[in-house]
Design a protein. Structure first.
Length: 364
């Protein structure tokens, strides 16, 4: 059985789904691996690094797709790539079925078996495959680094002969994986950090990292069985806005990370709330590509509103492609290992396995 991988469109996506390390691990399962020529050159990884561990280098994308039983990708393949894929090929990636419905329909119509890693269940056995967590961790870290670069003051408190420089105040909206990493990174850099989330369970996590937890008194359950945030009621949103009214006046940097799976990002910062912030403040919206948590937020743009920078993030992992690729490839290897039967020397699509059943796209 052959596992193959082709180049992504590097103008949009710099990550790769197979690193030399993960390819070596896949070969260790008893599988063969092939990649397209120049597969990861843009990351400074030569073809020879793959060849040295037994990976076959194919001259073209078509050769890889025609010879492979399983294809790994970061993103959904293009229409042209789908046309070349063999029937009954297994396809693994972050396929985003809600956004790529037409492409997924074409994939399923070709009898290709598509597995989308964002759909994995939140169970212990799937933790090593959890691409959302691994990539979100990096996003939370990068958000703080970018904010520090854009912020025109020092972040930590500094005591000098010329006087004391006060620490910057950072507010993180959404205390999931990205939000918690943002809290931890900002705290390490010396900021005064607070965070808010609709899930009461986040309080202990934020406080364990040295942040202050801001919350709205509530009676409704705001967490799904899978641990994700639910969409808030109108009453909750009203109370949340009142809390934000006070918090935004005090903070220098606001990092927005709130997402609801399968839905547009919740709008938390209205135009009026944003305008409460001090000139020179920053709003960094990690949810910009899903509609944004903040007014004035546009993916891939920095908008200036009353002296406040609104940074709309787009393709954030392109700023950390080597680390992001390394983590993604490890997640993907764990999934392949679960899918492959050494005894049968074949891929075993066992729908009684919750990991397989939840991640396999049947229809959109």
């Amino acid at each position: 059985m052959i596992v193959g991988s082709i180049k992504e469109n590097i103008t949009l996506e710099k990550r790769v789904s197979l690193t030399p390390e993960s390819a070596k691990n896949i070969i260790g399962l008893g599988l063969k691996v092939c990649i397209e020529k120049g597969y990861a050159l843009h990351l400074g990884i030569n073809d020879s690094e793959y060849q040295n561990i037994g990976v076959e280098i194919k001259a073209s994308l078509k050769e890889v797709l025609n010879s492979s039983d399983l294809i790994t990708k970061v993103n959904c393949p293009s229409e042209d790539e789908i046309q070349i894929l063999k029937d009954n090929t297994i396809l693994i990636g972050m396929l985003n079925p809600s956004k790529n419905k037409n492409l997924i329909d074409k994939i399923i119509n070709k009898k290709i078996k598509p597995f989308s890693l964002e759909l994995l269940p939140r169970i212990t056995r799937a933790q090593s495959m959890d691409v959302l967590s691994s990539q979100s961790n990096l996003a939370g870290y990068r958000a703080v680094v970018d904010c520090v670069a854009e912020f025109e003051k020092a972040v930590p408190m500094m005591m000098t002969a010329a006087g004391t420089v006060p620490a910057a105040k950072v507010l993180v909206i959404g205390a999931g994986v990205a939000g918690l990493q943002a809290v931890a990174t900002a705290k390490r850099l010396g900021a005064i950090v607070s965070a808010t989330d609709v899930r009461a369970a986040s309080k202990e996590q934020v406080e364990s990292l040295g942040g202050k937890f801001l919350t709205v008194e509530q009676s409704e359950d705001m967490e799904t069985a899978g641990g994700y945030a639910k969409e808030a009621s109108d009453e909750y949103k009203k109370k949340q806005a009142e809390m934000m009214n006070e918090a935004l006046k005090k903070n220098d940097i606001v990092i927005c990370t709130a997402l609801i799976p399968g839905k547009p990002a919740p709008r938390i910062l209205t135009e009026d709330l944003v305008k409460l912030m001090k000139p020179g403040s920053i709003v960094y919206d990690l949810a910009a590509e899903q509609g944004g948590n903040s007014a004035f937020s546009e993916a891939g743009k920095i908008n200036l509103v009353g002296g406040i920078k609104i940074i709309g993030v787009k393709n954030l992992m392109n700023s950390l492609p080597l680390t992001a690729s390394s983590l993604y490839a490890k997640n993907l290897f764990s999934f392949v290992r679960n899918l492959y039967s050494k005894e049968k020397k074949d891929f075993n699509i066992n729908l009684e396995d919750e990991i397989i059943e939840k991640s396999l796209i049947k229809k959109v």
